[in-house]
Design a binder for this molecule. Structure first.
Ligand SMILES: Nc1ncnc2c1ncn2[C@@H]1O[C@H](COP(=O)(O)OP(=O)(O)O)[C@@H](O)[C@H]1O
Ligand SMILES: [Mg+2]
Length: 439
């Protein structure tokens, strides 16, 4: 019977990434009595983007760099794709982990092509393979290879340099990509473009990406999950963005996400203010075949079974419909149903509890008028929050942070030391004569 069912509208997601596990990881820097990271247990799923966010000095960079062992953990284990890498050779490990830092961290006297090919050359790829890979990657990150391959970083904007940084990190096709405040030094418009570009790249490649940011909005935009840390690498909350927005786990998180604006917004905003998605309805006793054809024609993989008054009774998949010759009468008592007058807060509660990740929207008489997904609510909230923040900057959690990371680290550095090319924050032009020390 499965041959009668259309594939779901959401395409299967590609996953080429692997899981990352931090098991009791501790970092004590020499000469410091308090550990920078006290004891961290964390599970990152293959193919997810996880955003680390938290106030300056809480241990985000330390944690990130322990994953590729640019910083050695004092205790604990790190597993990548289930493999304990704690005792693996760090250089070898780093070849399988892409690393992106602020301003791209490019070698200033190397052309774009030479920068992108850095790790493949170390790995001994032949020239043709490196050239093909470079062309593919520049195209992937939105740079025309013919225009940019032979340029020097100083002749490119900050955003373009950052794109090259991403291409370089992906060069050897690593399953894992680590990014430390990658978009911290570009102007806000370029930043949004780079974020969107990263989402598109991730959609295509399905890597596991860990991104450090001090911008909560960036974290919720990019992260499948967001890890909110407080001092000492202490986990305040690790959850999907919508869950953090709607159920902050601790007062710290609440303050961090600017609870006032958000919750007020969620409880003021109504379901009717958000555009619903269309649903296909079916009557009890209708031939299943007809219903399935109708749903397929509408591009839907679920149908809403309604009574004579159009009130929803169940919300089966086409598979379930196809298992019987005709639509059967079954009242699902746990059906996620919200009224158009419900607040978005209530709507999210209903959706989060439902397996469909969505809820049915009903009118004043209880008849179904459409459905609403978590995604569209989250999007509305984020749009609204961006507006709120631009009007009242103090509503954001900027009071907790002191800005950008001052010392980017070279991508292929063997040790944890600063000293890389860099341009100045906020500029979109590369700085000629960047003060780099490349050995
Ligand atoms: N190389 C180092 N030596 C000693 N202390 C360090 C070093 N790097 C970072 N720290 C300290 O460890 C803590 C966490 O730093 P870091 O991981 O850089 O935080 P974040 O990236 O969240 O701003 C801070 O208190 C910082 O001062
Ligand atoms: Mg940092």
């Amino acid at each position: 019977m499965t041959d009668e069912v259309t594939s779901p509208p959401a395409p299967e997601r590609t996953v080429t990434g692997v899981s990352i596990t931090l098991d009791g990881v501790v970092k004590r820097y020499r000469g410091q009595d308090v550990p920078a990271v006290e004891r961290l247990d964390l599970e990152i799923e293959a193919g997810d983007i996880v955003a680390f966010v938290g106030p300056s000095g809480c241990g985000k960079t330390t944690t990130l760099k322990m994953i590729n062992r640019l910083i050695e953990p004092s205790e604990g284990r790190i597993l990548i794709g289930g493999r304990d890498v704690t005792n693996e050779h760090p250089d070898k490990l780093r070849q399988s982990i892409g690393y992106v830092i602020q301003s791209g961290g490019l070698f200033p006297h190397w052309t774009v092509a030479k920068n992108v090919g850095a790790i493949p050359r170390v790995l001994g790829w032949d020239r043709k393979r490196i050239a093909e890979r470079t062309e593919y990657l520049l195209d992937l990150v939105g740079l025309d290879p013919a225009t940019f391959a032979d340029r020097l970083p100083k002749d490119m904007s900050g955003g373009q340099q950052q794109r090259v940084g991403v291409a370089r990190a992906l060069a050897a096709d690593p399953p894992v990509l680590l990014m430390d405040e990658p978009f911290g030094a570009v102007d806000p418009i370029t930043r949004v473009r780079l974020q969107d570009s990263l989402i598109a790249i991730q959609h295509e490649l399905g890597k596991t990406i860990v991104i450090v940011t001090h911008d909560f909005e960036e974290a919720t935009k990019l992260g499948d999950k967001v890890l909110i840390l407080s001092e000492g690498g202490h986990i305040e909350q690790y959850a999907r963005p919508e869950e953090i927005l709607t159920s902050p786990a601790t007062p710290f998180v609440q303050e961090f996400v600017g609870s006032g604006a958000k919750l007020a917004y969620l409880t003021v905003q109504r379901v009717r203010d958000v555009e619903c998605d269309a649903v296909v309805t079916a009557r009890i006793g209708e031939p299943s075949r007809t219903v399935i054809d109708r749903a397929k024609a509408a591009g839907q993989s679920w149908v809403v079974v309604v009574d004579e008054a159009g009130r929803p009774r169940s919300w089966p998949t086409l598979d379930e419909v196809g298992s019987k010759p005709e639509v059967s009468d079954y009242l699902d008592r746990r059906l996620p149903v919200i009224a158009r007058s419900s607040t978005l807060n209530d709507a999210l509660d209903a959706m989060l509890a439902a397996s469909q990740g969505a809820a049915l929207v009903t009118d004043g008489r209880g008849a179904v008028v459409g459905s609403l997904s978590i995604g569209s609510v989250t999007e509305t909230i984020q749009t609204k929050l961006a507006d709120v923040r631009s009007e009242e900057p103090e509503l954001s959690y900027e009071t907790y942070v002191d800005g950008t990371d001052p010392a980017p680290t070279p991508v292929v550095a063997a040790e944890d030391e600063p000293g890389t090319p860099g341009d100045e924050p906020g500029t979109s032009q590369g700085e000629p004569g960047a003060q780099a020390e490349v050995s």
